[in-house]
Design a protein around this ligand. Structure first.
Ligand code: 9WN
Length: 447
């Protein structure tokens, strides 16, 4: 499909992607490369899915929440019965973890907490529709609020050991931005003492130049095994695992999600929970603001093993534009994002933020989180801008974001910034969701 799609054509094609990836109770993140349910993908997908079918969107979130660990953690993968993904359930060894959910196969780590954002968005969409959809969504909010709250409590309670108040991660996969240069210094300290066989199933579906290297995968597997060795116990993991990073982006997402959970709690008349979530959002937001690098104007992650701030020029540096913060700092970040190192860079096919600035020595325009433009990031930045009332920035992301998707109709996982070449997994569910939500939700066009 190479002709530019009309908006109607784009919407039809995006709906077809979701129908094709649907396993009934979960959506494959991608048709071949990702045949399971990923946690933050599912939350994003539910937002667009609700525009088409509120009941199906609720099912998606129910599947995520049913896999919650007794600690409160939502695992990053809920496995389907498909077998062609590595590392699959056996590599995770979660059967030995006391906190795992009964009868459901999952990984043992988390991903960014987009879920409360999804539930609130789904409720808004269902209320606009009214009738049975509204009643079902309101019932779902009552059903899910406890699980969402314990998810957030686990993140703040078991994962904020970092003195700077950032949520700590133990694997790049927990960030959702696996091989971003954000984590190069943390990974440099990961020294596998075992050499693993790597059935790189991913390379059957994407070119090696677009994916992490074998050396990176050796480290990924080593960390999985270090975590499995302590049965994914958070306190033990913090003492033993080679990789400990205060993740500024995940912390910003938690702030945004806590704001939304507070709104949901208010809606149910649960003032205590609403106050707890608002306090959490404030704490996270303060930590994100405090991470700001005065030289680059970007937010920073913190390497807990090396006890050092990490300097890298990646899209996660704009975390203040995700969670909001002091006006002067938000204005400064907004100017930077729209400026010539980022959305205004001379090399770009569409004025959209690459995952790493083309000005950085780390920039690799075809390689995963080391340069390509990720449509889901454009959607998230636009969503957060709209929440702050910044319609200009939201439009600057949505307009070219839709043009990029209409230009090839592949709904790629990521795009080469300078050429617009679709990369990674085609027909990626969350990319389709971005198109659906941008085209269907009236908040994007009605002030
Ligand atoms: C590992 C599913 C996931 C996304 C991540 C993205 C990629 C997995 C992989 O795909 O990660 O979790 O195998 O590369 O980095 O953000 O959730 O779309």
């Amino acid at each position: 499909m190479d002709a530019v799609l009309s908006q109607d054509g784009l919407l039809q094609a995006a709906g077809a992607v979701l129908r094709a990836n649907d396993l009934g109770h979960m959506m494959k993140a991608g048709p071949a490369l990702y045949p399971h349910q990923w946690s933050w993908d599912a939350a994003f997908i539910a937002i667009g899915l609700a525009q088409l079918d509120v009941s199906r969107a609720i099912t998606e979130l129910r599947t995520v929440l049913a896999a919650q660990w007794s600690t409160g953690m939502l695992p990053h993968i809920v496995f389907s019965d498909q077998t062609d993904y590595f590392p699959g359930p056996e590599a995770w060894r979660t059967a030995d973890a006391p906190a795992r959910p009964a009868g459901i196969q999952t990984s043992g780590i988390c991903q960014p907490p987009v879920h409360a954002i999804a539930v609130r968005s789904l409720l808004d969409t269902a209320r606009r529709a009214g009738g049975a959809a509204q009643a079902e969504a309101e019932e779902f909010v009552r059903e899910s609020i406890g699980r969402l709250a314990s998810w957030h409590d686990w993140l703040s309670g078991s994962r904020v050991l970092d003195p700077h108040g950032l949520v700590e991660i133990h694997h790049g996969w927990e960030s959702g931005m696996d091989n971003s240069p954000r984590f190069d210094s943390c990974y440099a300290a990961v020294h596998p003492r075992v050499h693993y066989d790597l059935p790189r199933t991913d390379l059957q579906h994407a070119d090696a130049s677009e994916r992490p290297t074998d050396t990176e995968y050796q480290r990924y597997l080593w960390l999985v095994n270090q975590l499995a060795d302590v049965h994914f116990d958070d306190a033990l993991a913090a003492r033993t695992v080679d990789f400990r990073c205060g993740d500024v982006f995940l912390t910003a997402v938690l702030a945004l999600a806590a704001d939304d959970l507070a709104v949901l709690a208010d809606d149910l008349g649960d003032r205590e929970r609403a106050e707890a979530e608002r306090a959490r959002a404030d704490t996270c937001r303060a930590a994100v603001a405090a991470s700001l690098d005065p030289d680059t104007g970007l937010c920073r992650d913190y390497d807990l093993r090396a006890q050092a701030w990490i300097r890298s020029e990646t899209i996660a540096g704009f975390s203040l534009l995700i969670c909001g913060g002091p006006d002067a700092l938000v204005t400064q970040q907004r100017r930077l994002l729209l400026g010539e190192r980022w959305m205004g860079h001379r090399s770009l096919r569409f004025p959209l933020p690459p995952s790493v600035t083309p000005e950085s020595p780390d920039y690799r325009p075809r390689t995963y989180w080391r340069g390509p433009v990720w449509p889901i990031m454009n959607w998230l930045l636009a969503h957060a801008a709209l929440l702050r009332g910044d319609r200009t920035l939201a439009d600057a992301l949505r307009g070219p974001g839709l043009e990029q998707l209409a230009a090839d109709g592949h709904f790629a996982e990521y795009y080469q910034p300078a050429t617009g070449e679709p990369l990674g997994s085609p027909q990626q569910s969350w990319t389709a969701m971005a198109a659906i939500d941008w085209l269907c939700d009236p908040r994007w066009t009605v002030p």
